[in-house]
Write a new protein. Structure first.
Length: 150
């Protein structure tokens, strides 16, 4: 049986959009992958060109749009990694308060340093408060969010 991160990575590699309403259970991800693979072998009604990616939504755009709030940087050697909060978590959680924000960031960074069996070298996800606060580290930065923001 694959780990959550292995399933998540497979969805990402297959280009499967993740719908938050599926709950991100292992079974839900396995079903998404299975359905995707079944659809791939069925005759296509439209050509591959009809599904080309025409745009992406970058972190900078999300910051500019107010979806994300920049809260600082983590510097390790020569690497400089942005730390952001979703605006939903930032404002509803009272993280305008710098001391409160720093405590959560410190807790999140400590959690990301601990190994987890589902880490895959591509993305780390930690639940800091069940159903309340997650932190994700990926190639673009470190994001603190509520599960519904994912």
């Amino acid at each position: 049986m694959k780990t959550y991160n292995e399933l998540f990575k497979q969805c990402d590699e297959l280009g499967i959009p993740i719908d938050p309403s599926n709950g991100y259970t292992k079974e839900g991800l396995e079903n998404l992958i299975s359905n995707h693979l079944v659809q791939k072998v069925q005759p296509k009604v439209c050509s591959e060109k009809d599904w080309e990616v025409i745009s992406t939504y970058t972190m900078e755009q999300a910051l500019s749009d107010g979806v994300l709030v920049r809260c600082g940087w983590v510097i390790s050697g020569k690497a400089k990694t942005p730390v952001v909060f979703t605006s939903n978590l930032f404002y509803s959680g009272g993280y305008e308060d710098a001391d409160k924000r720093l405590k959560l960031i410190t807790r999140g960074l400590e959690s990301l340093q601990k190994p987890d069996q589902e880490d895959d070298g591509y993305r780390k996800l930690r639940v800091l408060e069940k159903n309340e606060i997650w932190v994700i580290e990926d190639g673009s930065g470190i994001t603190f969010l509520k599960p519904e923001d994912y």
